[in-house]
Design a protein around this ligand. Structure first.
Ligand code: TXA
Ligand code: MG
Length: 342
């Protein structure tokens, strides 16, 4: 398949690109779209064949449900059994933006889109191109992250081309993603509500709206064998480079001393300024005490690890709060939960 590429540049030419991409979506085709979190691999969420094609293009297990993207709140009621008051309060505060909410689905949403579940995950993205495409397509868009299953989520068009060129109909390049980590996923189908995947909407922020919301099981620890993941995506090995990754909780000095004592070939996934203290190959993923910069840079850094062909990487973790929790959640998965404190 020939993959078309469209560029959104903030000029009147964007109109033609958005129209062409929306026409493909209306015709049931696969189009990679930019969002403020990560790029999404979009198709008509109400078309079972289009949803099925997403799974094939990504190589995604068919029981891992897709997020349905809407552009305005009036598109939500037809997709769900009921809209609880809590949803309106969350939407008022966090939509459009990096929050996905799980609700009971209506019959309008095909089970091909929800991986066979009777719930549906819904998000209203903030990125202007994503919103324009949903509006122009005239249908809600199912869109998982636009990476091959198992590899880090894409935060720029280059990552999408590397993974999906020849497997999708078009890629819309809207520049680098602002946040860089996937949305916060929370469920209103549990009592109390739970955060299943942390993101830029943090637990503290969500608690300002829903005082009783909790972190779901599996966010910061490996789920025991046989325990069903509330969010099927959390059970798969994720974000993992081919290299073995080991997390190291340490300040700069102790991290440098620890690495100096290691033998063999390895690299460091580290924070800006660490390179001067280290003598191994270094990949910087963000700045110390700046979780937003770490979120922004992490997935590109994970892709660089494989390009560098390193067999082993020690990743320095900076225990920041807020979106730092989401960074730590992704690092844990990249490391297969291997971590140490020095
Ligand atoms: O920021 C994002 O959320 C990006 C952009 C494109 O919107 N999308 C994204 O989609 O990260 P994906 O498919 O890579 O991750 C969706 C996660 C998966 O872990 C999936 O299992 C979970 O949400 N999920 C989706 N629908 C669900 C449902 N009905 N119940 C439980 N978990 C669900
Ligand atoms: Mg994903």
């Amino acid at each position: 398949m020939q993959t078309k590429q469209f560029k959104i540049e903030g000029t009147p030419r964007d109109e033609a690109a958005l129209d062409a991409a929306a026409a493909l979506l209306r015709a049931g085709k696969l189009v990679v779209i930019p969002t403020e979190t990560v790029y999404g691999l979009a198709a008509n969420a109400l078309d079972p064949a289009a949803a099925a094609a997403i799974y094939t293009a990504k190589g995604r297990p068919c029981d891992n449900p897709l997020i349905v993207h809407i552009a305005s709140l009036d598109e939500l009621p037809p997709l769900v059994k009921a809209v609880p008051d809590a949803l309106y309060r969350l939407a008022d505060r966090f939509w459009p933006g990096p929050m996905t909410v799980i609700l009971e689905k209506s019959d309008l949403v095909p089970s091909a889109t929800t991986g066979g579940l009777d719930t549906v995950a819904v998000r209203m993205p903030a990125h202007p191109a994503a919103r324009a495409l949903i509006r122009r397509a005239g249908v809600p868009l199912a869109a998982p992250s636009a990476n091959l299953s198992g590899s880090p989520s894409p935060t720029c068009a280059r990552h999408c081309i590397d993974d999906l060129d020849g497997r999708v109909d078009a890629i819309v390049d809207g520049g680098p993603c602002e946040v860089g980590l996937e949305s916060t996923v929370l469920t209103l189908c549990e009592q109390p509500p739970q955060i299943l995947r942390p993101g830029a909407v943090t637990l503290e922020m969500a608690r300002q709206v829903l005082a009783d919301i909790e972190l779901g099981p599996g966010v910061f620890e490996r789920l025991p064998d046989g325990v069903r993941a509330a969010s099927p995506g959390m059970k798969y090995k994720h974000y993992a480079p081919k290299a073995r990754v080991i997390l190291v909780h340490a300040a700069r000095g102790p991290f440098a001393n620890f690495l100096a004592s290691r033998k063999g070939r390895f690299g460091a996934l580290c924070l800006a300024g660490d390179e001067q203290a280290l003598s191994c190959p270094c990949i910087v993923y963000g700045a110390q005490d700046d979780a937003a910069s770490q979120a922004h840079g992490l997935f590109d850094a994970l892709r660089q690890i494989d390009r560098a062909g390193l067999p082993l990487v020690y990743a320095r973790v900076d225990g920041a709060g807020g979106v730092g929790q989401a960074v730590y959640n992704r690092l844990l998965r990249a490391a297969g939960f291997e971590e140490l404190w020095v």
